[in-house]
Design a protein around this ligand. Structure first.
Ligand code: ADP
Ligand code: MG
Length: 348
């Protein structure tokens, strides 16, 4: 079984549902040692060693930002990289198994619209994830900070690329769990999605903070997170259930709907409403009104489908991609001189 310490470097690990068959001798023998451990399925094991980056080999430069679960540094490891160092509060808070499972998930991803995973530091207390450094800005920066206008045509192109990357993730059995404009970079017109499948490990350490904030008066939920949560997630947002939220492919599709809305409207749905109000409305099936949104029926239909109350009624990403590809281009444009006024009244 996995223990912290040196042995963690070369432990054999199976990704969830991975069909890798290239496990080396060493991985096989370690796998045998693990065969009584139900956490590690026997088949498809591959040594994690090749993904393990010794912390000392990394050069860390300035902090790029601090997110919910850790600090991101610009770094260097055979070239420019982004290093996410997880905040580790105490040793027993380190969910090493979970972390390794998520690293195993990462290594299965090779797609143009997904950030390149390069490896991880897996030796507690130094847990870090190393990916390629994204150039360009996030959609969040474009939309909410710089107030850049995305024409409908450009929004469609961006949405198509997101659908492509997400369709790939889902086909590999990976749920993003944190799809949001802050996790989508735009590099010379190319979409790069980051932070897929990391939610569990981050919540295991930081969930407590969320739990406390939910118990508090102010709720303290990070702005711009709630509006990505599908009704079934909002309903599950009780202080104790927050670590076991029922994420699914359909909750990713709901989150995509919100990204689509941000692209088109330049703001979050339920903007400036308090968290309690958003949770209450979304949980019982109320959606942001599109009455004053200047967009074609087809575009609004995509939103409404992604935001369907029933998860089974939400389309999947291949379907969304086809729908986006069929949208008539000419009639999409909305006039940038007419900022969209959005009514706060909700329609169900
Ligand atoms: P969040 O996604 O909520 O902003 P993160 O911890 O994921 O929080 O990111 C912190 C900061 O680091 C953000 O400004 C984010 O844009 C930046 N960042 C994250 N990953 C990368 C990357 N691979 N390349 C460049 N910048 C990144
Ligand atoms: Mg992020």
């Amino acid at each position: 079984s996995v223990k912290s310490g040196d042995s963690s470097r070369c432990v054999s690990l199976s990704g969830s549902g991975s069909t890798d068959s290239g496990g080396c001798q060493r991985a096989d023998s370690l796998d045998l040692a693990n065969k009584h451990d139900s956490r590690w399925p026997r088949q498809n094991s591959l040594s994690m060693k090749e993904w393990d980056i010794p912390y000392d080999e990394l050069k860390l430069f300035e902090v790029i930002g601090t997110g919910r679960f850790g600090t991101v540094y610009r770094g260097s490891w055979h070239g420019a990289v982004a290093v996410k160092v997880l905040h580790v509060l105490s040793d027993d808070c380190v969910p090493l198994d979970t972390f390794k499972h998520e690293v195993a998930t990462f290594r299965k991803t090779r797609h143009e619209n997904l950030v390149l995973f390069m490896g991880a530091c897996m030796k507690p207390p130094r847990l870090a994830i190393v990916t390629s450094l994204c150039k360009g800005m996030t959609l969040y920066t474009h939309i909410h900070l710089r107030k850049d206008k995305f024409t409908a045509n450009k929004s469609v192109i961006v949405a198509q690329q997101i659908s492509q990357g997400m369709g790939y993730l889902h086909a590999r059995g990976i749920i993003h769990k944190d799809l949001k404009t802050k996790n989508i970079f735009l590099e010379n017109g190319k979409v790069v999605i980051t932070d897929f499948g990391l939610f569990s490990v981050t919540k295991l350490c930081f969930g407590n903070k969320l739990v406390q904030s939910l118990r508090g008066d102010s709720l303290g939920i990070p702005a711009g997170w709630l509006c990505y949560l599908a009704p079934e997630l909002c309903r599950a947002l009780t202080p104790h259930a927050s670590l076991h939220l029922p994420f699914s492919k359909a909750t990713d599709v709901y989150a995509f709907g919100t990204v689509w809305y941000e692209l088109l409207c330049g703001e979050y749905p339920f903007k400036s409403q308090p968290p309690e109000a958003v949770i209450w409305q979304v949980g019982k099936g109320v959606k942001q009104s599109l009455a004053n949104m200047q967009a074609s029926r087809d575009i609004k239909d995509i939103l409404m489908l992604c935001w369907s109350y029933r998860s089974s009624e939400r389309p999947d990403f291949p379907h969304l991609l086809t729908t986006l590809q069929k949208l008539p281009r000419k009639r999409l444009a909305r006039s940038p001189s007419h900022p969209v006024h959005l009514s706060r009244s909700a329609d169900s």
